[in-house]
Design a protein around this ligand. Structure first.
Ligand SMILES: *[C@@H]1O[C@H](CO)[C@@H](O)[C@H](O)[C@H]1NC(C)=O
Ligand SMILES: *[C@@H]1O[C@H](CO)[C@@H](O)[C@H](O)[C@H]1NC(C)=O
Length: 163
């Protein structure tokens, strides 16, 4: 019984992931978290290559180690990944000090599972009311953060439905 439901759940999860087309919004000067998680949980994935526009090297995670040696100069000092999260299949990348020219497609390629996950980053001027809020209380959740939480809650809802 449980066995026969599982493929359906897997399919729903995939659809869910695909239908919320992965766009992350960030503000100029802020940072954005670009999510990357292998979908094939069976495989041990410890290598992930982040690329912009299919060619610019943004970040490499090689055998569980973050590397920026081959990184394109325009990303110097603006990237961060989370080594403690790699083993949980979290290869998300934080890109800081966003500029308008950062807009575009970022793909995370995981050779071990032969998966590629692409995120479309949009960078806009920070709306005035958020700037004011930030000045008054020293920080506010970014749109990117909200989108990520939305994705996480959608994902959790799908998981709950499927259990
Ligand atoms: C991945 O790690 C980052 C940094 O710790 C965190 O903000 C994000 O929520 C994690 N993603 C998931 C799905 O746990
Ligand atoms: C990886 O995926 C691509 C495209 O989906 C496919 O053409 C290729 O054969 C796959 N390679 C392996 C090693 O599975």
């Amino acid at each position: 019984m449980v066995k026969s439901v599982l493929p359906v759940c897997f399919f729903i999860l995939l659809l869910n992931g695909a239908s919320v087309q992965d766009t992350v919004q960030g503000f100029i000067g802020d940072s954005a978290l670009l999510p990357c998680h292998p979908e094939n949980g069976q495989l041990k994935v410890i290598t992930a290559h982040w690329r912009y526009d299919d060619h610019k090297n943004v970040y490499d995670i090689l055998d569980g180690q973050g590397k920026t040696k081959e990184q394109d100069a325009e990303y110097n000092g603006r990237t961060e990944t989370f080594p403690a999260e790699y083993s949980k299949g979290n290869f998300s990348l934080r890109l800081g000090n966003l500029r308008k020219s950062d807009e575009g497609s970022y793909c995370c390629f995981m050779p071990e599972s032969n998966e590629s996950k692409c995120i479309n980053l949009q960078v806009t001027e920070k709306p005035r009311e958020i700037q004011e809020k930030q000045n008054s209380n020293g920080g506010v959740e970014t749109t990117a953060g909200r989108i990520v939480s939305l994705l996480i809650s959608l994902f959790s809802a799908a998981v709950l439905l499927c259990v």
